[in-house]
Design a protein around this ligand. Structure first.
Ligand code: HSE
Length: 297
């Protein structure tokens, strides 16, 4: 009657895929315990790691759980314990991990009445509480794993994109907080046609490169001419990190979600580790603390 789950961190946008592309970091994530109880309702009974609200309606995991609960109308209730490892505001899908974890766990305990796309629909409600807008580019990879593309929000359609065997991500998380809602507010509402053309050419070629394991094409596609010019200003030493990881052999780098984390992709673990050192060297010269993760995608 209870299930312990691991809910992974994710990297959204992946340079040229703002709001639609993401990938899963399966070595970093939250743990959650979901328990079926007789008393009806959704109850957050424990939060460890970071200071998050216990009121169900104010808690991201609680809000997505409620959305599913109201649809499923089960003859029971649920308690949720959250062991939060992903720092809120870090840019690696902290709210998405919470939102996905609760509905995934409840679905298992109810005998899987919903598929992963339907579960993601419920999770969108929780994500929206945190970022003040509905987007699923962190939710989808947390739910499905690997690379995912949110083809449409209404109706929700998620495509699973393959990735080459030897592809690794290195992520540095400088310890400053950027709220997704604020990082969205600074973006222009309109983009120049020439930038749009460049961006969708890169996006299409990145998807093609992932399908064909073409590392050289991945390298030439990881560019963002629309969002990065604005958001990079919020991240100290962003351009230094980017320059250094490229020198260390990375295929490319960009802002992870809405930042401040910076992701980079590499072919092979050895390069991913060299990239980690290059990232560290930049922030080690500053007063900003950081942590680093390396994951095979
Ligand atoms: N696509 C979203 C954004 C992800 O960049 O605002 C937020 O983590």
């Amino acid at each position: 009657n209870e299930i312990k789950i691991f809910s992974p961190a994710t990297v959204a946008n992946v340079a040229c895929g703002f709001d639609v592309l993401g990938f899963c970091l399966d070595s970093v994530g939250d743990e959650m315990l979901i328990r079926k109880i007789d008393k009806k309702g959704i109850f957050i009974t424990k939060v460890e790691g970071f200071d998050l609200p216990y009121e169900t309606e104010l808690n991201v995991a609680g809000v997505s759980a409620l959305a599913m609960y109201e649809a499923a109308k089960p003859d029971c209730g649920f308690e949720i314990e959250i062991y939060k490892k992903i720092k809120p505001g870090s840019g690696i899908g902290s709210s998405a991990a919470s939102a996905v974890g609760s509905v995934f766990g409840m679905n298992e305990l109810l005998g899987r009445p919903y598929n992963k796309t339907q579960l993601t629909e419920f999770a969108i409600k929780g994500e929206a509480l945190a970022s003040k807008c509905e987007h699923a580019d962190n939710l989808a990879p947390a739910m499905f794993g690997g690379f995912t593309l949110v083809k449409s929000m209404s109706p929700l359609e998620i495509l699973e994109i393959p990735s080459p065997d030897d592809l690794y991500a290195t992520i540095i998380h400088p310890q400053i907080e950027i709220k997704t809602s604020e990082a969205r507010a600074i973006l222009p509402k309109e983009v120049a046609l020439q930038n749009a053309i460049t961006q969708w050419a890169n996006f299409g070629s990145l998807i093609h490169a992932l399908h064909t394991s073409d590392f050289e094409l991945i390298q030439r596609s990881l560019n963002d001419v629309i969002v990065e010019p604005f958001r990079s200003q919020l991240i100290p030493h962003y351009h230094d990190v980017k320059n250094e990881v490229l020198k260390a052999g990375a295929l490319g780098a960009g802002i992870s979600g809405s930042g401040p984390s910076i992701f980079s992709l590499s072919k092979g673990l050895k390069t991913a580790m060299n990239v980690a050192d290059a990232m560290k060297n930049v922030y080690a010269k500053t007063h900003i603390d950081f942590d680093i993760h390396i994951t095979k995608i």
